[in-house]
Design a protein around this ligand. Structure first.
Ligand code: NAD
Length: 328
């Protein structure tokens, strides 16, 4: 089996590549990644060279994508995206280009080549915000609230349209917030760990009561494997863990583990359009594909913190870059 994995130098994509090559000793992967600020070749260290081929490039480049897809690719898993909500609020342009145009370019390449499955890695954020109770299932209306989630929702709809119009073998996965090793240090969990390790204030938006559902990245990789092997074409699968926490609880959990005072928490001005709560119903993937989350939240969070503690150089380049941008 030959996979094209886009965005493979990022957080989830790189964890997925390490996992899937370990599970399937005869699978091969072409990795296509633009190496934006969020892509890091260090995430791909240790991979078996003869089963991986890295290409630096843009999913929105039709000629490049066409060439790669025509090299006998069976499955495409599209992780490539601009992924940070705050950056989308500052400037949505790259989100439109990569998250929408890029997906259309990939879909066109699937249309003209014999790809067996195209998996679009989407997000629960396309459903918008929930009140204190309830959860979104795959039939919930799309109601994105940030330029990031709107760009992901647009891509989901393009996937739907290409399935309905051209019967393309498309599957969309909508997953909750991931945590684990190698997440870019602008995201909540690495920010909390990094700042706490350096005794710096831990910024928390608004009142800290925004709720997110958290899944360990390896559980998501396991779910994606099931989708590759047995997911039904034209379907959407929600993927979640059922573990909800508000941002304040999460920060306290991490500070406690690191033996740092909770007084490091500093409330900052809320993000515009900040969704209050996300939660999804993962019944469909559990029933149809027999997948269940396998990792205990607290144990996996502690493993994640330990990973960052033992990879402090991971943060060093980030800290140096932020200092440089502050002084320039
Ligand atoms: P990330 O920002 O860590 O990695 C994104 C990767 O895509 C980077 O390596 C980057 O260089 C690459 N990339 C960006 N634009 C590209 C382009 N035009 N062409 C080729 N490569 C490009 O993101 P992540 O957290 O690993 O998320 C991966 C995917 O999962 C995204 O599509 C995101 O929307 C989705 N998702 C993430 C989460 C989460 O909690 N992190 C949750 C649900 C869904």
């Amino acid at each position: 089996m030959k996979l094209l994995v886009t965005g493979g130098a990022g957080f989830i994509g790189s964890n997925f590549i390490h996992y899937i090559l370990g599970e399937h000793r005869d699978w091969q992967i072409i990795i296509l990644d633009k190496l934006t600020y969020a892509g890091n070749l260090r995430n791909l260290e240790g991979l078996e060279q003869k089963r991986c081929h890295f290409v630096r490039g843009d999913i929105a480049d039709p000629e490049l994508v066409k060439r790669l897809v025509s090299e006998g690719v069976d499955i495409i898993v599209n992780f490539a995206a601009e992924s940070h909500v705050d950056r989308s609020i500052d400037n949505a342009d790259p989100f439109i280009e990569s998250n929408i145009k890029g997906v259309q370019v990939l879909l066109e390449a699937v249309r003209h080549n014999g790809v067996k499955k195209f998996i679009q890695v989407s997000t629960d954020e396309v459903y918008g915000s929930l009140g204190l109770t309830g959860s979104f299932d795959e039939n919930s209306p799309l109601a994105p609230n940030s330029p990031y989630s709107a760009s992901k929702a647009a891509a989901d709809l393009l996937c739907r349209a290409y399935f309905k119009t051209y019967q393309l073998p498309v599957i969309v996965t909508r997953c909750v917030n991931n945590y684990g090793p190698a997440q870019y240090p602008e995201k909540l969990i690495p920010v909390i760990i990094n700042n706490a390790m350096n005794d710096k204030p831990v910024p928390i938006y608004g009142d800290g009561l925004n709720v997110r559902e958290w899944i360990y990245v390896m559980d998501y990789c396991r779910a994606l494997r099931e989708v590759i092997l047995a997911g039904r074409i034209g379907e959407v699968y929600n993927i979640g863990s059922g573990r909800e926490l508000n941002n304040l609880e999460l920060a306290k959990e991490i500070l406690t583990y690191l033996e740092k005072p909770h007084s490091l928490i500093q409330f900052v001005k809320d993000r515009p359009g900040h969704d209050r709560r996300y939660a999804i119903d993962n019944g469909k993937i559990c029933r149809e594909l027999g997948w269940r989350p396998a990792y205990d939240f607290t144990a996996a969070l502690h493993d994640t913190i330990e990973w960052y503690l033992s990879h402090s150089s991971w943060f060093e380049s980030w800290n140096a870059a932020s200092k440089k941008s502050l002084t320039s």
